[in-house]
Design a binder for this molecule. Structure first.
Ligand code: NI
Length: 263
């Protein structure tokens, strides 16, 4: 008998209205596809509150709380306190999604605010002894500078990794895990397949970033956790591994970095 496939979708956003009509069915499809856990991340305070609620209601859903760079605002002390309080709730395992996005943000003052609030949320994660989930889009230089200074004692994941192999090597040396998503299946995946092939097995994670970034053949449609299996199949093929081996390893990695307790 073939070994059971057990995957974790390590980065999703299942709190939004995209899933209001079929959230339970969507989670059932994930289970059928072998997805034993979903880590859903808040990208605003409101979304973080919803993520915490979903984690409380579902054994297979874990949550991260944080404010995404595209939605960043100057925190008051009570914002840190709200995030910290949420991390004490059931199945809340990380601070995220936090980071820098210079693709969408061109204004220098707002980029500066992104950096300031990233550093602040990294500090919060250290205080709480929790891993972080990092978003880095077209901000590689500033991100590396922060992770080597203020973030040197943080741990966690660079999700949807989009840098070079050189950058990957630096991050691996600093102890970070890297996440790969649906774009691995695209024809224009560029240098990503080569990076996935070279990645050490114990630092790689698979994720959907749903509802965004659907893998082929669903590109352009709503993404969902079940489709993490498609990205896992592609990554396993690139690495010359069976899906069984690949999923067992990446699920072990997910449990290690996010301290997931899964049945
Ligand atoms: Ni995301």
């Amino acid at each position: 008998m073939a070994e059971e496939i057990r995957l974790v979708d390590t980065h999703a956003h299942i709190d939004g209205e995209d899933y209001d009509a079929d959230r339970e069915e969507m989670l059932a499809r994930a289970k059928e596809a072998g997805v034993v856990a979903v880590v859903t991340f808040g990208d605003t305070m409101e979304a973080s509150a919803r993520a915490v609620k979903l984690a409380a209601e579902h054994e297979t859903v874990f949550a991260g709380v944080g404010v995404h760079p595209e939605n960043i605002f100057p925190f008051a002390a009570e914002d840190d306190d709200r995030l910290a309080a949420w991390t004490k709730e059931k199945n809340v395992v990380a601070i995220g999604e936090i980071g820098l996005d210079y693709y969408w943000e061109k204004d220098e003052d707002k980029r500066k605010l992104q950096r300031k609030m990233l550093v602040r949320q990294l500090a919060l994660a250290r205080d709480l002894d929790l891993p972080v989930c990092i978003h880095d889009r077209e901000a590689h230089g500033d991100m590396m500078a922060i992770l080597k200074t203020e973030g040197r004692n943080n741990r966690g994941v660079i999700h949807c990794f989009s840098g070079s192999w050189e950058m990957a090597k630096e991050l691996l040396k600093l102890g970070w895990y890297l996440g790969v998503d649906g774009p691995l299946t695209y024809k224009n995946a560029a240098k990503l397949p080569e990076i996935i092939e070279k990645m050490p097995a114990d630092r790689l994670l698979v994720e959907t970033d749903c509802p965004y970034l659907s893998p082929l053949p669903y590109r352009g449609q709503r993404n969902e956790p079940a489709y993490v299996r498609i990205t896992a199949e592609k990554a396993a093929e690139i690495r010359g591994e069976s899906l069984e081996t690949f999923s067992a390893q990446t699920t072990a990695n997910a449990c290690a970095v996010y301290n997931l307790k899964i049945a």
